[in-house]
Design a protein around this ligand. Sequence first.
Ligand code: FMN
Length: 174
Amino acid sequence: MSTAHGTAPATDENAQIRQIILDARDATVSRATVSDDSPLVVYFSSISGNTHKFVQKLRARLVRLPLHTKEESPTVTEPFVLIVPTYGKPDGAGNVPPQVVKFLNNPENRAQLRGVIGAGNTNFGPLFGIAADIVSRKCDVPVLFKFELMGTPADVEKVNEGLEEFWTQNSLQR
Ligand SMILES: Cc1cc2nc3c(=O)[nH]c(=O)nc-3n(C[C@H](O)[C@H](O)[C@H](O)COP(=O)(O)O)c2cc1C
């Protein structure tokens, strides 16, 4: 679209272009095989989509939390594992994304949470994946694993095997 100042696209066109890029990215990631009794994973992933890419490779049923806190958060009625990236602020506050805080503020969701997996970046040193430690402490569930960015193939395999074992050990099959 042309504007008075040239050919810069309007903001809504930018949003459309962003969506096309995201869809194209997704199309390059093939989804792992999933059955009705596969483990249930709830995850948050921002526009950068690292966690989203990681979970596509899991043999798990997936629920993605909304990108914006103003959107309605789901209520989950069966056991699940949460995957949460860390988004720290310079003052050390807000490591757990507000979208995840909103979801976990619902006691029905907290009652079904069985474990947490952290995503992050090791450049953050001791704050690597700290959102998972915070959720673990506040909700009294174990940190099952941490991975960096979109994870390596070895991370994917460890999480797939770990989830299967965790589901069997805790008799979480439906
Ligand atoms: C502003 C900002 C702050 C971040 N803070 C941390 C942090 O404190 N600890 C950490 O391990 N990773 C941190 N990260 C890295 C993200 O957790 C990492 O990029 C993750 O893969 C993002 O997941 P997503 O793309 O699915 O949203 C931060 C990233 C950004 C952009």
